[in-house]
Design a protein around this ligand. Structure first.
Ligand code: CS2
Ligand code: MG
Length: 405
C-alpha cells in the first residue's frame, strides 16, 4: 500500500545550542525525523523548508526517496549551496527513517546491510596551551576514545579556532547578536603547531590516532611546509589545510608531504568535491550526511571516492543534531570505504530532546536494531528551549584583514 506524506513540520529548538528538525508524518501514521541545522544560519534553512519545500511534500509517496531527492534538487532550478542541500538532506533523512520504520529495520539494512561491526570514531580535544590540551586528551582517552583531534592556542594570539578562550570545552557558535571575532596569524601558528603535535604524540604514544584541523587557514605553500614538518608525528589526518574553493591546489600540497589530507565539510554536492576526488588529491572526504543532501547523495560521493581509495569520514560536530549523527552511523555500517566518524558530543540539554540508540565503547560506536535511523525527538521537551541567535566567529589577521575562518 502506498503511504503518502500527510504533514511536514519544521521545529526549531535550542537545548544548549540551536537545532532545526523536520518531522514528516505519513498516511500510515509513520513519523520520520530529519535534521536541517546549518550553524549560524538556522532560520534560512527553516524558511526554505517551511515556505518552499513542505508545500511540495504533502501528498507525495513517502517511499519514493530517490525520486523526491531528484525532484527537490532539479525542480528548484537554483542548485547546490548549504541552505538548499541541508533542506534536501533533512527530507532525505526523514524519508529513510520512515522507510526503515515502515519495514521494521534499521536504515543500514536498506543500504545493503552491515560491512563492519562497529564504527571507528574520533572526538575533539582542546586547550589554551599544551598543558591544558594534555588534560583534555587524558579525559577523552579515559572516556575510551582511541582517535582524537588535537587543537591548541597559539602563543601571541588571543582567540583561535578550536579553543575556548576561557578554557574548558569548545563550541564553535556563540550565543550573541553579532559574530565574535578571533585572531589569526599563519606565521605564529606555523612556528608552534609542529612542536605541539610532536609533544602530544610523545605524550600519547604511537597507538593513538591523532588528527588536527587547520580550518582553511594556510596558503598552499604554507600547507606543504606544515605537512613536511609534521610527517614524523604520524597524524591520522591533517584537515582543511587550505580554503577549499581551490580544489586543484591540494595536488601541490600532496607532492610535498605524505601526511594524509582530509577536506570537504563545507561542501554540499558531488559536483563541489569531484575534483579533489578525481585528481586523487585527498585521503578522506568529509561531506556531512545532512549538509550534502542526505544519505542518498553522500553515498554517491563516497562511492566515487572508493574508486580511488579515498575514505568517507563524515562531519560530526555538535552543530549537526543526533539525527544526522545516527544517519552517519547507519551509512558507516554499510559503506565499505567509510574511514572514521567525527563525534564531538552534545550539550547535556540536548539529551532532553533527542534520544539515540547508538552506543559507544572502546573507541567505536555500535548501532542497535532500532528501526529507521534510531533517534527519537521529544516535541514537548523541545518547546522548553526557544531559538537563540548565535553566530560562528570569524577571524582577523593582526593587521585587521578578515581571514578565512
Ligand atoms: C569543524 C567544525 O568539526 C569540524 O571539523 O571544522 O568544528 C566546524 O568549525 C563547525 O562545524 C562549524 O559550524
Ligand atoms: Mg573541520
Amino acid at each position: 500500500m502506498t503511504q503518502r506524506i500527510t504533514s511536514a513540520d519544521v521545529i526549531i529548538t535550542s537545548p544548549g545550542r540551536n537545532y532545526v528538525t523536520l518531522k514528516i508524518v505519513t498516511s500510515d501514521g509513520v513519523v520520520g525525523w530529519g535534521d536541517a541545522t546549518v550553524n549560524g544560519r538556522e532560520l534560512a534553512v527553516a524558511s526554505y523548508l517551511a515556505d518552499h519545500v513542505v508545500p511540495l511534500l504533502i501528498g507525495r509517496e513517502a517511499d519514493r526517496i530517490e525520486d523526491t531527492w531528484q525532484f527537490l534538487y532539479r525542480s528548484a532550478y537554483w542548485r547546490r549551496g548549504p541552505v538548499t542541500m541541508a533542506a534536501i538532506g533533512a527530507v532525505d533523512l526523514a524519508l529513510w527513517d520512515i522507510k526503515g520504520k515502515s519495514l521494521g529495520v534499521p536504515v543500514y539494512q536498506l543500504l545493503g546491510g552491515a560491512v563492519r561491526d562497529r564504527i571507528l570514531t574520533y572526538t575533539h580535544t582542546t586547550g589554551r596551551d599544551i598543558a591544558e590540551l594534555k588534560e583534555s586528551v587524558a579525559e577523552k582517552l579515559e572516556a575510551g576514545f582511541r582517535a582524537i583531534r588535537v587543537q591548541s592556542g597559539v602563543p601571541g594570539l588571543n582567540r583561535v579556532y578550536g579553543v575556548n578562550d576561557r578554557g574548558g570545552a569548545y563550541e564553535p557558535a556563540q550565543r550573541s547578536a553579532v559574530a565574535p571575532e578571533e585572531d589569526w596569524d599563519s606565521d605564529l601558528y606555523l612556528k608552534t603547531a609542529p612542536a605541539m603535535l610532536e609533544e602530544i604524540r610523545a605524550h600519547v604514544g604511537p597507538d593513538i590516532k591523532l588528527l588536527h584541523d587547520v580550518h582553511h587557514r594556510l596558503t598552499p605553500i604554507q600547507a606543504a611546509r606544515l605537512g613536511k614538518a609534521i610527517e614524523h608525528v604520524g597524524l591520522f589526518w591533517l584537515e582543511d589545510v587550505t580554503p577549499g574553493e581551490n580544489q586543484e591546489i591540494l595536488h601541490l600540497v600532496r607532492q610535498h608531504t605524505t601526511v594524509p589530507l582530509a577536506i570537504g565539510e563545507v561542501f554540499n554536492t558531488i559536483w563541489d568535491v569531484k575534483d579533489f576526488i578525481l585528481t586523487q588529491s585527498i585521503d578522506f572526504i568529509r561531506t556531512c550526511v545532512m549538509h550534502a543532501g542526505g544519505l542518498s547523495h553522500v553515498r554517491k560521493i563516497f562511492d566515487l571516492g572508493d574508486l580511488y581509495g579515498i575514505q568517507g569520514a563524515p562531519h560530526g560536530p555538535s552543530d549537526v543534531s543526533p539525527i544526522t549523527m545516527a544517519a552517519s552511523m547507519q551509512l558507516g555500517l554499510a559503506q565499505r570505504n567509510f574511514g572514521i566518524q567525527e563525534y564531538m558530543g552534545y550539550p547535556d540539554l540536548a539529551k532532553d530532546v533527542f534520544t539515540t540508540s547508538y552506543t559507544f565503547a572502546d573507541g567505536y560506536f555500535t548501532l542497535g536494531d532500532a528501526p529507521g535511523l534510531g533517534v527519537d525527538f521529544d516535541e514537548e521537551a523541545a518547546k522548553k528551549y526557544p531559538y537563540e541567535a548565535a553566530y560562528l566567529p570569524y577571524a582577523r589577521r593582526l593587521d585587521g584583514t578578515v581571514a578565512d575562518w
